[in-house]
Design a protein around this ligand. Structure first.
Ligand SMILES: *Cc1c(COP(=O)(O)O)cnc(C)c1O
Length: 365
């Protein structure tokens, strides 16, 4: 069966091998006689699944031992509250706004602390750039500086680690975590929902430096108190067991990936660079399509683009669907189209999209 290529921004495509393995193990996981969905989260089988997932995540990202890995729920939108509840001490927190998601983050944080915008990239065109890091106004006594390192809606990605002048750096990495190498030690806290690049919706990953734990505000729900979640190895309440299992299979899939001489995350990153290049080159070469994001911060994962003749939008999407290229419609706040090309999108899928872009331009524009 040839499945169509799914360009959804999230929940997004999952590697076919992972879906097949999950299907094969659905009724009887490793001779247990149970589906993973049916297991106690405190039994030895599930204990081994979550321990392996954590070990693989630590290995792939080189997470230092002084960081806790938390498997939580609520997605990045819940983290917009959970982060200030845990890390702001009800005092000052600084935010950089480079797109719709970081904008949401800073608005939510205002419920819990004194928020200051260190920089904002919004202009008449919307978002599409990152203000010069050297010009950010960072309060030296801020408890943390928050950034969103890949703006899923606007297609803006940080290709550098921001200098936060010693203020702990917190990053929403929902839509590019595990798409590239990340120097975890330069961040105080990294979080992200799994449903973009890691697995099914329902799981949120948090990687947080242990010395920052233990200062949650009194009103912080216990299930969202990082210190309690860490002390209980993500079992303070029932974790999203099936989503953790699938994420674990995806992590093992990443470890098996090869691209040229590269293996694992390095291979995935090199392939992502090649995929993005193929797509941006095609868009840049065209008269019909345009991208509005500054070149130096174009996202490798989410590629918004516009048809200069917007009357062709409906025909473009209809033809794409018929060609097996699904979910290309852009986010309503940006309009146009968006191709999300996460880890699970093979090079062939991007090539099929490029072929379609060129064919559509030739015959319809
Ligand atoms: C998808 C996304 C979110 C929202 O995630 P939820 O799971 O809906 O809470 C927040 N931030 C970024 C960067 C995202 O890509």
């Amino acid at each position: 069966m040839q499945r169509p290529y799914n360009f959804s921004a999230g929940p997004a495509a999952i590697p076919e091998e992972v879906l097949q393995q999950a299907a094969a193990e659905m009724l009887d996981w490793h001779g247990s006689g149970m589906s993973v969905m049916e297991m106690s989260h405190r039994g030895p089988q599930f204990e081994s699944i979550i321990a392996q997932a954590e070990a693989d995540l630590r290995e792939l990202l080189g997470i230092p031992d002084d960081y806790a890995v938390l498997f939580m729920q609520g997605g990045a939108i819940a983290e917009n509250a959970i982060v200030p509840l845990n890390l702001s001490r009800g005092a000052k927190a600084d935010y950089v706004v480079t797109g719709s998601w970081s904008q949401k983050s800073q608005l939510e944080a205002r419920k819990y602390c004194d928020v200051h915008l260190s920089a904002s990239a919004h202009d008449e065109q919307g978002y599409g750039s990152i203000p010069d890091n050297a010009a950010w106004s960072i309060r030296p006594d801020a408890q943390y500086l928050h950034v969103c390192t890949n703006e899923t809606i606007d297609g803006v990605e940080f290709h550098f680690v921001p200098d936060s002048h010693g203020v702990p750096l917190v990053a929403d990495m929902s839509s590019h975590l595990l798409s590239r190498h990340v120097d975890v030690a330069r961040y105080a806290c990294i979080y992200g929902g799994a449903q973009k690049n890691i697995g099914p919706a329902g799981l949120t990953l948090v990687i947080v430096r242990r010395d920052l734990l233990g200062h949650a505000l009194p009103q912080c729900p216990s299930a969202f108190d990082y210190a309690l979640v860490a002390a209980n190895h993500s079992m303070f309440n029932t974790p999203p067991t099936y989503a953790i299992y699938i994420a674990g299979l995806v992590l093992q899939w990443i470890k098996r990936q090869r691209f040229g001489d590269l293996v694992g995350l390095a291979a995935v990153e090199a392939r992502n660079i090649a995929k993005a290049q193929l797509l941006y080159d095609a868009l840049d070469a065209s008269q019909l399509y345009e991208t509005r994001v500054a070149r130096e911060c174009r996202s490798r994962m989410n590629v918004p683009f516009h048809l200069r003749d917007t009357t062709l939008n409906a025909a473009f999407l209809q033809g794409a669907d018929a060609a097996g290229l699904l979910q290309l419609k852009g986010h309503k706040s940006v309009g146009g189209m968006r191709a999300s090309i996460y880890n699970a999108m093979p090079m062939e899928g991007v090539q099929a999209l490029v072929n379609y872009l060129q064919d559509f331009e030739k015959h319809r524009a």
